[in-house]
Write a new protein. Structure first.
Length: 422
């Protein structure tokens, strides 16, 4: 049976990419997309010197001799709020009451003293600043370009756009961004036992389809455009017809659930061969999800994954996820190491993926493999935050052993799986 490492190498080699095909995307629609090229800062940030505090702008030289016994008095000439500019010529040796974010007039003031650090007097409508100690220059001023300078790289090619990236782009007035196109995915469910998950209650012998909503949401979270073609019966003609329909849509990827084992109603592989698809592998030495299939027909890649919900989740996390990373040209995911808190048994020769709970204790990452690992059981998935990966040679792993762990979903922004566990 094909080892997991060899299977993922085949997937990466076979993934069809067109890295040069970017597209412009409006900023407010860009969250979750991946940048196709780097973006440079079009201007400085801050764009002008401005106050970091509510206070008073003045020339620090005026305060050199200030003390409690000999305070310095400086007339307050004007009040300036954020978004306002001084409309008159400023005399020398005055202070300017200034609010946070307000522009500091160039060539006049070189420091800002906080409102709470000085005293203000008012005699006959003339306000004065009373200063009892020297004020150092360049205090409480955000200088132009102190954060980012014009021409500097703002975001690199391959960056996943998240809310903070959107904030930065909006700061510079960038309203559209070049992004990699989203892979198009067609999703198919097979199995005469399946009914829509909204059915209540299903008739005897039927089960609600839980794999489809999981996969559809998961794929969208990873940046895919998904077209779900619904549930088809376990017969050759129905399966052939739905694959022909899917292929006519020229997607990057087709994912079918069910029909890939060795039973009398498992028709996915025969149908794909009849359609002249190239079967790269069928069955992989893993648990759960061993019957997984990977094929291609022209530029379209095809995953046939087991219909069992947890097997579908394993296929998504450990096969489809690496496929999408390769599609986007992203780095290969790296697992973290954690100390195992309980003994684990597994079949020899199979790479095994176990739902787990990872946590930090005394700055060390620990992981508990949860009970109820059978592929039909959902309970452990509801409390898991990670997967433990146990490699092929092991059959029994003792408590206290360091094992590989990775996050539950493996979003595209996660590369090293660092600091992702509560």
């Amino acid at each position: 049976m094909l080892p997991y490492a060899e299977a993922t190498n085949i997937i990466k080699r076979t993934t069809w990419r067109d890295k040069q095909k970017g597209e412009l995307c409006l900023l407010d629609e860009s969250c979750g997309r991946i940048l196709a090229s780097e973006i440079l800062c079009p201007e400085d940030n801050p764009a002008f010197d401005n106050s970091a505090m509510d206070g008073f702008a003045l020339q620090s030289e005026l305060t050199t001799a200030a003390s409690a016994k000999n305070p310095v008095e400086v007339p307050i000439f004007q009040t300036l709020g954020a978004g306002e500019t001084s409309s008159t010529k400023l005399p020398h040796q005055v202070a300017l009451e200034i609010m946070t974010g307000a522009e500091i007039p160039a060539n006049y003031f070189n420091t800002v003293v906080r409102l709470e650090d000085v005293r203000v007097t008012e005699i006959k409508s003339e306000r004065k600043l009373i200063i009892t100690e020297p004020i150092l220059p360049n205090k409480n001023i955000r200088t132009r370009g102190s954060d980012l300078k014009s021409g500097e790289v703002l975001l690199s090619s391959g960056t996943l756009i998240q809310p903070f990236q959107m904030m930065a782009l909006a700061t510079f007035g960038i309203s559209s961004v070049p992004v990699l196109r989203q892979p198009s995915v067609v999703l198919i469910s097979t199995g005469k036992e399946l009914v829509d998950y909204r059915s209540s209650p299903p008739s005897q012998g039927h089960i609600r389809n839980s794999s489809a909503p999981f996969l559809e949401r998961y794929l969208k979270e990873l940046g895919c455009r998904v077209n779900y073609l619904g549930i088809v019966d376990d017969d050759v003609q129905s399966i052939k017809k739905v694959f022909q329909k899917a292929l006519s849509m020229a997607p990057d990827l087709i994912i079918s659930t069910g029909g890939v084992s060795v039973g009398c109603y498992d028709w996915v592989e025969p149908v794909l061969r009849e359609l002249d698809a190239k079967i790269h592998f069928h069955k992989c030495a893993i648990r759960p999800g061993k019957p997984i299939l990977f094929a291609s027909l022209g530029p379209t890649n095809i995953f046939g994954v087991p219909g069992n919900p947890i097997s579908s989740a394993v296929a998504a996390r450990f096969f489809i996820n690496p496929y999408l990373r390769s599609f986007f040209g992203l780095p290969e995911e790296k697992y973290q190491q954690a100390v195992l808190t309980n003994d684990v048994k597994k079949p020899e020769g199979l790479r095994t993926f176990l739902r787990a709970k990872s946590f930090y204790d005394k700055n060390c990452l620990h992981v508990e493999v949860l009970p109820g690992q059978e592929s039909y059981r959902l309970r452990s998935s509801l409390v898991a935050n990670s997967w433990v990966v146990i490699y092929e040679p092991e059959e029994f792993v003792k408590k206290g052993t360091c094992v590989d762990v990775c996050s539950l979903y493996g979003h595209m922004l996660e590369v090293n799986n660092e600091e992702i566990y509560g």
